[in-house]
Each structure stands twice: as structure tokens, then as C-alpha cells.
Design a protein around this ligand. Structure first.
Ligand code: UD1
Length: 347
């Protein structure tokens, strides 16, 4: 068999990226298997994505989660290695910047004749205190094919001496386009700001208190705040003795998230995925991180970065309200990333 592909996924955003690529490889009749590390494990964070997106049940599920970074990554490497030895894939595809990405890459790099394909390569925000930044750097260094969402990501890798990078666009754009026509547009409800927040740096009690206080100010009689809350954030918020004047809801499915994005006024997030999805729906976003993850969006004036203090969040949100801009298309590819990626892998 010329191509034997193993996708390694584990967290919510990776299921969204796996969906269009898996579909396209199916069309081409390529042999592929799915390994789920178990990093995101419950129905709301994992199961529902497979059901809604029609992705087959993973061939392997390691059920490794809720551990510190080192222990989680270490256990994953050990278990992934066993599966790689058993099935001998020609290609391992890893996505993004999670601990599952890192574990898959390290395990595959120790076995000869496996080509490692990194989807969403070259993202940098030059902050080594973020676990995701470490995962990105190591994954890029060890991967054979570096497939980037933008030219800037290609440049980032070139400046690190990695010349095997190409821009194949953003698979998240493909996924959104494949679902867009099924979304219900609601013009009648009260306007709202859609919020997500889960980064380690934003989920200490001190920082989360600042975020909640800012959201209490942003939520008014004229503007709701809707916050589907990540389990990590929920655990900490439940411990804060603080009044919450906005809508905290359980994590939502992919389809419900797209519907919320389509109907919101603004997006406030610390997610590199949600900030791109905001752009796909022509929504201005405030990124709860000091340094930009997607400078292309900041330069195009559709996203503002903010320090994560109450005053900075509110001030920058007010700047966003004044921002009347034209959304330039194509900053994250042409919506046909799956074809570009498959062509690159099969060539
Ligand atoms: C991870 C990724 C991040 C990605 C994000 C998407 C790393 C280092 N970070 O962060 O890049 O943007 O996923 O969501 O890999 N939990 C549950 N139920 C679940 C899943 C998780 O309760 O279904 C809990 C875990 O037990 C843990 C917390 O949520 O206490 C955080 O999970 P973790 O695996 O660290 O990943 P994320 O913070 O989601």
C-alpha cells in the first residue's frame, strides 16, 4: 500500500480540522485510520463533534486526560508508539498545537519511514510561557511536511531555517463553508458578544476575576454576553465568589458554535481557532492575549489584542465598537485547503 495515513487528534479544534481532510482522503480512496488520544473526553467536548461532523469512531482511543502536561504527553507518547509499531503508517498527520500534537510527533519521529505532516504549522506568538508555543516549535522542528494557513506562517518557519513549508490555507475555513448553508440566521434577538476562554494563562483565579469583571461591564441592557464555558474555566469560576451578570452556558456543539458566531455582534476569545472563525463570519474580535496569534487579522484591523485586565479589556472592547471596517477576503486561504493538503501529501 503506497499511502497508509494515521490522523492523531485529541482536542475539540482538531476534530473540526480532521473533518474536511478525512472526507477528502475518503473521496480519493486513501487508507486512513484515526487515533484519539482522549485529551478531550466527554460528550460535549468530544463525542458530539464526531457525531455532528460524521467522522467515523476513532480506530484507537487512548483515554488519556486530566493529567499534568508532562505526564499526559509522556503517557501518550508511550501508547502512540505501540500503535505506530503495530500499523506501520506511511504518514502521520498531526494538527495544531496541543499536547496530543506534540506526543504524536515525538512518537512518530522515533520510528523511521514515517512522514510527519503538521497541519497549521508555523504559528508563533513568541511567548514560551504558553504550553502551546512549545508544542508548536517542537512539532515544526520534527515534521517533514509543514503545511501552513498563511504566508506569514511560512515566513516564520523560514526565519527558523525550515524551508520545507507551504501555504495550503486553513482547514477550519473549509469546515465552516461546508456547514454555512445549514445555519439559521436570527435578526430578531438582542445583540450579543460571544465569549470563549480556556488558556492556562487566563484561567488563574486572579486573571479570571478580571475577565468576569470586564464582562459584567460589557453586558448591558442593549448587549448580552454569551459565554459557552470550557471545563477548565468552569472549575475556577465556580470557586470565585463573584457576581456574574452575563450568560454562562455549557460547552456547545460545533454546529451551535457556528450558529452563535453567525448571529453575534462581536467575539471576545483567547482561542486561535475562534478568532479565525470570527473573521470567516465578518465579526470583529478581541483576543485575550498580549501577543497576536494571527497577526494577519490584527494588520487587517479585524482583531485587537488586549492585556488581560478589567480596564484593558473594557477599553479595547470600546475601541472595537468604533471600528468600522471592510473585511478583506482570503487572509486564511480559499476554503479549499483540503484539496491543497491532499495534493501535497500525495505528490
Ligand atoms: C487544549 C490545548 C489548546 C486547545 C484547546 C481547545 C494543550 C496544551 N492545549 O487546551 O491548545 O486550544 O485544548 O479546547 O493541549 N476537560 C474536561 N472535559 C473534557 C475535556 C477537558 O473536563 O472533555 C478538562 C480537563 O480535565 C482539564 C481541562 O479541561 O482539567 C483542560 O483540558 P486540557 O486537556 O488541558 O486542554 P485544554 O485546556 O482544553
Amino acid at each position: 500500500m503506497k499511502f497508509k495515513i494515521l490522523h492523531i487528534v485529541g482536542a475539540r479544534p482538531q476534530f473540526v480540522k480532521l473533518y474536511p481532510l478525512h472526507k477528502e482522503l475518503c473521496v480519493k480512496g486513501i487508507y486512513q485510520k484515526i487515533l484519539h488520544t482522549g485529551q478531550h473526553f466527554d460528550e460535549k467536548m468530544s463525542g458530539i463533534f464526531f457525531k455532528q461532523l460524521g467522522i467515523p469512531t476513532p480506530d484507537y482511543n487512548l483515554d488519556i486526560h486530566s493529567l499534568p502536561h508532562g505526564a499526559m504527553t509522556g503517557r501518550m507518547i508511550e501508547e502512540i508508539e505501540k500503535i505506530l509499531v503495530e500499523i506501520k503508517p506511511t504518514h502521520v498527520i498531526v494538527y495544531g498545537d496541543t499536547n496530543s500534537t506534540l506526543a504524536g510527533t515525538i512518537a512518530a519521529s522515533k520510528i523511521s519511514d514515517i512522514e510527519i505532516v503538521h497541519i497549521e504549522a508555523g504559528v508563533r506568538n513568541y511567548d514560551n510561557t504558553m504550553p502551546e508555543e512549545i508544542n508548536r516549535i517542537v512539532t515544526d522542528r520534527l515534521s517533514h511536511k509543514l503545511l501552513c494557513c498563511t504566508d506569514k506562517c511560512v515566513q516564520n518557519l523560514k526565519s527558523e531555517g525550515l524551508s520545507n513549508a507551504v501555504n495550503t490555507g486553513d482547514l477550519m475555513y473549509d469546515s465552516m463553508l461546508l456547514f454555512r448553508d445549514k445555519l439559521e440566521i436570527d435578526n430578531k434577538s438582542k445583540p450579543y458578544v460571544l465569549v470563549t476562554c480556556h488558556r492556562a494563562s487566563n484561567t488563574s483565579a486572579e486573571v479570571l476575576r478580571e475577565i468576569v469583571e470586564a464582562l459584567n461591564i460589557i453586558s448591558t441592557d442593549h448587549m448580552d454576553v454569551i459565554f459557552p464555558i470550557h471545563p477548565r474555566t468552569r472549575k475556577i469560576i465556580d470557586l470565585l465568589d463573584i457576581e456574574i451578570k452575563f450568560k454562562l452556558v455549557e460547552p456547545v456543539s460545533y454546529f451551535d458554535m457556528l450558529t452563535l458566531l453567525a448571529n453575534c455582534e462581536y467575539v471576545l476569545t483567547d482561542s486561535g481557532g475562534v478568532v479565525r472563525e470570527a473573521y470567516f463570519f465578518n465579526k470583529l474580535s478581541l483576543l485575550l492575549l498580549k501577543s497576536p496569534l494571527w497577526p494577519e487579522l490584527v494588520e487587517a484591523n479585524v482583531c485587537i489584542n488586549t492585556d488581560v485586565t478589567k480596564n484593558c479589556i473594557v477599553d479595547n472592547f470600546n475601541k472595537l465598537l468604533e471600528n468600522k471596517i471592510y473585511f478583506k477576503e482570503g487572509l486564511l486561504g480559499d476554503g479549499n485547503s483540503r484539496t491543497h493538503i491532499v495534493n501535497n501529501i500525495l505528490c
